[in-house]
Design a protein. Structure first.
Length: 173
């Protein structure tokens, strides 16, 4: 499988590297990096000061050449009535998006021995793997350690592992 990463806006090299590493590691995929795309003006909602996540999925689908494509951005995203999303994908779709905007936030009192940059890198990898998993047909998993577990807060992202549980792994194969 080939996955194209589509950076949207000014995405740091370290974020692109973490996304690529995670996809290669978990899905054994060939990963290509597209040139950076401009932020989609039509996606911006001035009342919310956020971007519509769906527009980034459309952009990744249009620009990416992979079997699966994922937009990565540093901008704050929302979807419908949700205040924010870390990412979005349509089950079995071709494209997805991950935003790093809220992944830098504190873990709500969580205890860790890792540095802030390590915690952030872990979160990026987990969310990229999670959204690509949805495009591969994986739904949310009840296993709190599985990367496919629904995690609306960074604290819950931190609890997850970076890989698929056995059940989800068998579903993807």
């Amino acid at each position: 499988m080939r996955v194209d990463i589509v950076p949207v806006g000014d995405v740091p090299a370290a974020v692109k590297r973490e996304a690529s590493t995670a996809i290669r590691s978990v899905y054994d995929a060939d990963v290509s990096m597209q040139p950076a795309e401009s932020l989609p003006d039509r996606a911006y909602d001035g009342r919310r000061d956020q971007y519509r996540a769906e527009a980034f999925i459309e952009l990744a689908s249009d620009v990416g050449n992979g079997e699966k494509n994922i937009a990565v951005t540093t901008e704050d995203l929302f979807y419908r009535r949700r205040n924010y999303v870390f990412g979005l994908a349509y089950l079995g779709g071709k494209a997805s998006v991950v935003s790093t905007y809220r992944l830098r936030m504190t873990a709500d009192g969580g205890i860790t021995t890792k540095s802030a940059s390590e915690v952030f890198a872990d979160r990026v990898r987990k969310e990229v793997v999670h959204e690509v998993g949805h495009t591969l047909g994986l739904e949310h998993c009840e296993n709190k350690r599985c990367v496919m577990n629904f995690s609306p807060t960074v604290r819950e992202v931190d609890v997850k592992e970076e890989h698929l549980c056995g059940t989800c792994q068998r579903t993807v194969l």
